[in-house]
Write a protein of this length. Structure first.
Lengths: 319, 243
């Protein structure tokens, strides 16, 4: 059975199970649970769908980034779009409690859009990958510094606490509003990355050979900015910072493919969706004093040892 | 015909004119920094000259779409780096990218390219399991899989041992004999002398000599360009250069 089919079957099997798990367990064969329909339809289903959308986006964006930079350590966060979106979101905490919930995703999207525009402005004409990466790092560093400034000037201690908690990334308390916001943007981003896939394959041979095969570097760069930007921007807008998915997932699927970036794109999207669905479900059911484990923290905890293992493997290969 | 008409790329080549004919094996020779790779890149349409033009069948290269150019001109860069540990067949398959043909036709072209490079037996091996010579042949198979009219290769013989050098040079000759235009950058003047139909010698970004190998690589040209006193010995087709 192909990798893609296996992952689709795993998703079909996991999705209904994930809906049953939580602080209130719903046993379909047991006695009826009060408000079961509301819990399923208003709380768990949108949350699960959001996990699928964000996971698919981040997985595919990771595969595309690793293909684009020809580097197994590349991550969608490298372009500075996530920190810029986080900066936008943090600014919404200045708007006051009433306006904040509505403004947060919008300001995050504006932040992501600003980073995409800045990337295009700096590197868009030359299409050079090194300049692009450096521009991304510069934007990430600037957005990170401004976020810290915004936090340090926080209007009151409650806002400070909200900002810090929100930055950790989570899917708790997200509903259909967030799904409606993230789904179309992520799908658009996935389409852009899918269109970039053949060029990413050609880049396997280096920039010169890729151009000789008809790849247009500027077109590819725009597809990457739009694809990664929409996915990461909308992800941060609805869920905060969720790292490591884009870095880890392509490594899980690559050994089962012929290793071309285009061959890892769809399996990475499916595996990313599966990973985020399971991780969010575990966060929900893990007993933790004072509420849920934040998804962003859980993934970083799981991701750091994985990253270390990857570094050691690369070191062995270089030796 | 592929032609460079007075192309200038500041700091690299200046006013270079070269005419390349299909059905010929052309060698570009010259000392380090003479502008060989730059000229080859310009001929492949990868560098747009500041002045002068490169034309393919009298049409300026920058007026041809990248996809059409890619179908006609295959280019092998000097770097043998491949980012992922793909198989030989997958590598050769990348050469089909410019063509929008079906799987069956792509597979046929890939098989033919692997056959030309004698790689049939190792089509499913990963690149990391190949020797340097096998890897160089696999990279050339990728260019051949495109089935281009022109093959432009930057030092394709450099990583090969003597036997594989001779074999690949003979294969490039055979490809040009079939009517393709083959242009290679080579450092080994004896390989150029024995295998090329036409030689372009570059020095400090300009054309120092051009023509049949016997003329363009004469002992006088070598003395002028490389500053070495040398002598060709042996029979035509089997010449060697002695200092």
């Amino acid at each position: 059975m192909s990798l893609t089919k296996t992952l689709i079957l795993a998703l079909i099997a996991t999705l209904p199970l994930s809906l049953l798990a939580g602080q209130v367990w719903i046993d379909p064969f047991g006695p009826p649970v009060p408000n079961a329909t509301a819990i399923l339809m208003e709380l768990r289903l949108p949350r699960a769908i959001l996990a699928l959308i964000l996971g698919a986006g981040l997985g595919a964006a990771g595969a595309a980034m690793q293909g684009y930079l020809r580097n197994p350590l590349a991550d969608p966060g490298l372009f500075g779009i996530a920190p810029a979106a986080a900066l936008g979101a943090v600014l919404s905490f200045y708007a006051g409690f009433a306006a904040q919930a509505l403004l947060l995703p919008l300001l995050a999207l504006i932040g992501a859009g600003g980073a995409m525009g800045l990337l295009a402005l700096i590197a868009g004409r030359s299409g050079g990958i090194a300049l692009f990466t450096l521009a991304g790092m510069m934007i990430a560093s600037l957005a990170g510094a401004l976020t810290s400034l915004a936090i340090s000037l926080s209007p009151n201690p409650f806002a400070l606490s909200d900002i810090v908690t929100w930055l950790m990334g989570a899917l708790a308390d997200r509903g259909w509003y967030e799904v409606r916001l993230a789904a179309p943007l992520t799908v658009l981003g996935l389409v852009a990355l899918w269109r970039a896939a053949p060029s990413l394959d050609a880049l396997t041979l280096g920039e010169d050979a890729a151009r000789s095969l008809g790849v247009e570097p500027t077109r590819l760069l725009w597809l990457m900015i739009v694809g990664v930007g929409l996915i990461v921007g909308s992800g941060v807008a609805v869920a905060g910072m969720i790292g490591f998915v884009g870095l880890m997932v392509p490594h899980f699927v690559r050994p089962f493919t012929d290793q071309r970036p285009s061959a890892t794109l769809v399996p990475s999207a499916l595996a990313g969706a599966l990973l985020l669905l399971i991780a969010d479900c575990l966060c929900r059911i893990l007993p933790l004093a004072g509420g849920e484990l934040r998804l962003g923290i859980a993934l970083s905890l799981a991701g750091a040892p994985f990253f270390l293992r990857l570094l050691l493997k690369i070191r062995r290969e270089l030796a | 015909m592929l032609e460079a008409l007075g192309i200038t790329i500041p700091g690299r080549v200046s006013g270079v004119t070269a005419q390349l004919h299909s059905g010929r094996l052309t060698a570009i020779c010259g000392p380090n920094g003479a502008g060989k790779s730059t000229l080859l890149s310009a001929l492949a349409g990868l560098i747009v000259p500041d002045s002068g033009t490169v034309t393919l069948l009298s049409k300026p290269l920058d007026q041809i779409t990248p996809q059409e150019r890619a179908c006609r001109i295959g280019y092998l860069p000097q770097s043998a780096q491949v980012a992922w540990n793909i198989s030989v067949r997958t590598l050769a398959g990348l050469g089909r990218m410019p063509h929008r043909t079906g799987d069956a036709e792509n597979a046929r072209a890939v098989d033919e390219a692997l056959g030309l490079m004698q790689l049939e037996g190792m089509a499913d091996r990963a690149l990391s399991d190949l020797s340097g010579g096998e890897r160089a042949r696999a990279l050339m198979a990728r260019v051949l899989a495109t089935q281009p009219q022109w093959i432009l290769a930057d030092e394709p013989l450099a990583a090969l041992d003597l036997a594989h050098q001779q074999a690949l040079a003979a294969r490039l000759r055979a490809l040009s004999a079939q009517g393709r235009g083959v242009v290679v950058v080579v450092h080994d003047l004896a390989l150029a002398m024995n295998h090329a139909d036409h030689v372009i010698v570059l020095d400090k970004g300009t054309v120092a000599a051009t023509g049949a190998p016997v003329k363009a690589l004469s002992e006088r040209v070598i003395a002028d360009v490389w500053g070495l006193q040398t002598q060709w010995v042996g029979e035509p087709g089997h010449r060697a250069l002695v200092m």
